[in-house]
Design a protein around this ligand. Structure first.
Ligand SMILES: [Zn+2]
Length: 291
């Protein structure tokens, strides 16, 4: 069977048509069609909502199953698919009944989960199968964090840890959520670029003759080590994986991290499709009360 899934982030909305051979067999999930459109946060709530619908319509075919899986930035109520908290990356999404609204618009059953949870489900079930529990830190524009433990795919075994908005530095940098000193402001691509004074992480990590760039990289490595070490003590996951944009740039930092701090974290294997595939897997195999 074929189904549609989407991944809603602050910069782009990705959508895919996925073929699924058997629900519980992750190897049978294949991406058939893929598209990415700009999120258009600058156009406010309606702009983002239109981007989601546009991305979905670009991959839609007539004979797809009437279930749509959506992974989204922001904190999401597992049972009813409402957005509990969102940053300015998704304007007006706080309190938005995402699953119900999309279900009305698309005439399909729509399951909405947090994007870090989707990525963690994907890594746990597709790549990391023998682990008892998997914690994923999704480091990109922001910082996502989720833990999957063995058992049913439900709100008790898939946790959105929301570490990105924990206070890390008292009276620190202003965060996109409105608070100050959130961890996301110290462990993200945004933080690296700001500290290095560069417009891309690649520049920040390759301009090795510049003081600001060296400092930005050192800070990234040491904050990642501290966060992973603390998370290991607090949640005791079997593995901690780094996903998101920084995972795709692992050749620029990971060897150095390991040389300095050892095997505290590994690199996630499913790349930037993890949110899409994880959302699809959760929608088909998960337990949701009202979605
Ligand atoms: Zn924050």
């Amino acid at each position: 069977m074929k189904m549609i899934c989407a991944d809603v982030g602050g910069t782009s909305v990705k959508a895919a048509l996925i073929s699924v051979g058997r629900r519980h067999l992750s190897q049978t999930y294949k991406i058939k069609k893929f598209c990415s459109v700009p999120t258009r946060s600058d156009l406010g709530f309606e702009g983002v909502r239109e981007s989601v619908l546009k991305a979905i319509s670009q991959v839609k075919e007539d004979d797809v199953a009437d279930i749509v899986a959506i992974a989204t930035a922001g904190e999401v109520d597992w049972d009813d698919g409402c957005v509990l908290r969102a940053t300015i990356a998704l304007p007006g999404f706080c309190g938005y009944a995402f699953s119900k609204d999309m279900s009305d618009r698309l005439g399909a059953r729509v399951v909405v989960i947090n994007d870090a949870c989707a990525a963690a489900v994907c890594e746990h079930y597709f790549a990391n199968k023998r682990a008892r529990s998997t914690l994923v830190l999704t480091i990109g524009t922001g910082l996502g964090s989720a833990l999957v433990t063995d058992g049913e795919i439900d709100g008790k075994h898939v946790y959105d840890l929301e570490l990105g908005h924990r206070e890390f530095v008292r009276d620190g940098y202003v965060c996109r959520c409105g608070n100050r000193g959130c961890l996301e402001q110290y462990l993200s691509a945004t933080a690296i670029k700001r500290d290095a004074g560069k417009s891309t992480v690649k520049e920040a990590f390759t301009y090795t003759g510049e003081k600001n760039c060296i400092a930005a990289k050192n800070r990234f490595l040491s904050v990642l080590n501290k966060v992973a070490t603390d998370a290991a003590a607090e949640f005791a996951p079997e593995r901690i994986l780094v996903g998101g944009g920084l995972a795709e740039m692992k050749n620029l930092w990971y060897d150095e991290f390991r040389a300095r701090y050892g095997d505290v974290v590994s690199i996630a294997r499913m790349g930037n499709k993890a949110g899409l595939l994880g959302a699809a897997y959760a929608a088909l195999n998960g337990k949701f009360e009202d979605q």
